[in-house]
Structure formats: structure tokens, C-alpha cells
Design a protein. Structure first.
Length: 347
């Protein structure tokens, strides 16, 4: 069996070389028809677009993307060509929740806001949004949930409309998949009309997909005071992001909210498990991220401990200093562990 693997997928080498006869590692953006032509399977990230142009005429029968999102896979073509694909839902949900938690605490610390007096609207309440809700509740925030597919399936109890969130929330955070059309379209969900409908000049956060928010509308909303601040991890036209918007946001990071080592290990494990299941392979492997250098965090408060474990301001400063290195900052992202890798000792 021959497998082509994105060379930025971590913790995979030792395990996959127990599974496949031949493994080829390549940058995600460099997957070509010639490269994949005689491969049996691909393990990819979002930078590889799996469509007819890449796959037609190849031997590929299975694709695993080590990501939650799968809009980079042409699912209709894969179905037509008999190619099975899988993603890794929920793999980095705790990592994104960590990013949101730290960003909220940083906003409280530097902007003087009181989180326990604020209402947060969570748009999209799947694996990620549910964990963000738990984080917000722990911080004492009032939580409002919006998720049209879940509301339709489960009933309206516990959910609210986007219009109500626009009217009542001090913070609005997006955790939806990208749907460019259809009943649950999320492309440019936050557009000029949405920003003009806001009543409380909220803080906007986006860690879902860049195209969920219309760039120019967000930039104008910041300029006109329709919103107070923005925390943006995902951008339209990555890696060629809007530098004017980057300059305006409170925190702007290079699509790394889900990049904890724990989340990456989960994604790698899920991809390998799916690969083995598809091809009927029995293999034993372990996927564990390295331990942090210092596992004991001493801090005067829990909130300060959270920031000592992970402060997104560092990633924001790195991107603002060198936006041209967007891809490199993602590809060479340093080790980041989640809270459960540490012991917190309050001083």
C-alpha cells in the first residue's frame, strides 16, 4: 500500500510506517496529479484540495483529512469516483475552546470588561460550540445558543435566533461549518446587514472559517463602531489575508486556534483509525504529544494560570509582525498543550 501524507501532520511517521509499504511525505499545497497517481490513500489537511483535477485517473480509494472541516474535499466527485473520505470531527474542539477562553480572559484583563456581567452568543453548537459554552459558563457569562440544524432536529428549547443574539449579546462567536449554499448557508453569514443589526457594539470572534464573515463588512463595522473589538483566527483568502483588517483586530492569528498538540494528536489518531478500518488493517500504535517543559503552573488566580498555559496574544503579535509568514507560522507552530497537561498551583 502506498500513502501520500501531508508533511505537517504531527506524530504520524512512526505509526503509519507500521501500516503502509510505502509512505511519501509532501507539503499540502504540493499535492499534484502526478504525485497521487499511484497512491492508494491520502492523509491531508485543509491546504490540499481533493477534486477532479487532482484525483481523476489516480488509484486513490481513501482520503483522510486530519481536520474538522472538509470543504477542501469535493465530496460529490469522490462519491462519483468511488473514493471514500473521512474527516476528524471534534478532534480539536477542546483546543478551540482553550483559544476562546484565553482570548476572553485577555479581553477582560486588557479592556477592563467584566465577563460575569456579559452575554455571549454562540453561533454553531456542535463539538466546538458546546465546549465554548461550557467555558463561558465557567467564566460566569450568560450564554445564548444558535444552531439552526440542531434546532430543527431537537426543537427550539435552548436555542435562540441570530436576530436575538444580534440584539442581546456582548460577545458573538462563530463555530459553524462553511456551507456556500442551501438551507443552512453560512457563507457571509455575518455581512453588512448583520453588523448593522447589532445593538450592543459586541466583540466578534471567529474560529470557524474565514468566509463565514464578510471581510469588508467586518472592517467597516470596526471602523464605524458597530462592534467594539474582534478576535479573528480564520480569514477569507488565506494566506493572502486583509492587512488592514489584521491591523484593526484585537487579536489576529494565523488559523491556529485548533492547533494544540492534543488536538493534533487526536486528528492524527482518528485519521489512522479510519484508514485501518477502511482497508481492514490490524495495527498497534500510540499517538501521544510530548509533555510540556514545565507541568506545574503557579499563578495568583485561575484566570492568570490559563493565560500562562496559553496566551493567544503571542500568536497575534507574531502574525502582525510578519503577515507574509502566515503559512510558515502555521506549519512551524510551537508545542502548545491544553490545561489537562498541567497541574495548576494557585499562589
Amino acid at each position: 500500500m502506498k500513502i501520500i501524507v501531508d508533511n505537517k501532520i504531527p506524530y504520524i511517521k512512526e505509526a503509519i510506517e507500521k501500516i503502509a509499504d510505502e509512505v511519501v511525505y509532501a507539503p499540502g499545497k504540493d499535492f499534484t496529479p502526478a504525485l497521487v497517481k499511484d497512491a492508494d490513500a491520502l492523509i491531508i489537511r485543509t491546504r490540499t484540495h481533493c477534486n477532479r483535477k487532482l484525483l481523476e485517473g489516480s488509484k486513490v480509494k481513501f482520503i483522510a483529512t486530519a481536520t474538522i472541516g472538509f470543504d477542501h474535499i469535493d465530496t460529490a466527485y469522490c462519491r462519483e469516483a468511488g473514493i471514500r473520505w473521512t474527516n476528524a470531527p471534534g478532534c480539536n474542539s477542546a483546543s478551540v475552546a482553550q483559544y476562546i477562553q484565553s482570548s476572553l480572559i485577555l479581553l477582560q484583563k486588557t479592556r477592563g470588561i467584566e465577563l460575569n456581567k456579559m452575554t455571549i452568543g454562540i453561533v454553531g453548537v456542535g463539538n466546538v460550540g458546546s465546549k465554548v459554552a461550557a467555558v463561558a459558563q465557567k467564566l460566569g457569562m450568560r450564554v445564548m445558543l444558535n444552531d439552526l440544524p440542531r434546532e430543527e432536529k431537537e426543537g427550539s428549547n435552548g436555542f435562540t435566533s441570530l436576530a436575538t443574539i444580534a440584539r442581546e449579546c456582548d460577545v458573538i462567536t462563530f463555530h459553524v461549518p462553511l456551507y456556500k449554499e442551501g438551507k443552512y448557508k453560512t457563507f457571509h453569514l455575518a455581512d453588512e446587514h448583520f453588523f448593522r443589526s447589532l445593538k450592543k457594539a459586541p466583540i466578534i470572534m471567529n474560529t470557524s472559517r474565514g468566509e463565514v464573515i464578510e471581510t469588508e463588512a467586518l472592517s467597516q463595522a470596526l471602523k464605524n463602531g458597530f462592534i467594539t473589538d474582534a478576535v479573528i483566527d480564520v480569514w477569507e483568502h488565506e494566506p493572502g489575508i486583509d492587512l488592514d483588517l489584521l491591523d484593526k483586530v484585537f487579536i489576529g492569528t494565523p488559523h491556529i486556534a485548533g492547533y494544540s498538540a492534543d488536538g493534533k494528536a487526536n486528528a492524527t489518531r482518528m485519521s489512522l483509525d479510519a484508514l485501518c478500518k477502511h482497508f481492514g488493517i490490524k495495527a498497534e500504535y500510540t499517538i501521544n504529544p510530548p509533555a510540556p517543559a514545565n507541568q506545574i503552573i503557579e499563578a495568583p488566580t485561575y484566570e492568570e494560570a490559563v493565560l500562562r498555559i496559553y496566551n493567544p496574544e503571542r500568536d497575534g503579535q507574531a502574525l502582525k509582525a510578519h503577515p507574509e509568514l502566515f503559512e510558515q507560522l502555521r506549519g512551524d507552530y510551537p508545542l502548545r498543550r491544553e490545561e489537562n497537561a498541567y497541574q495548576i498551583a494557585l499562589e
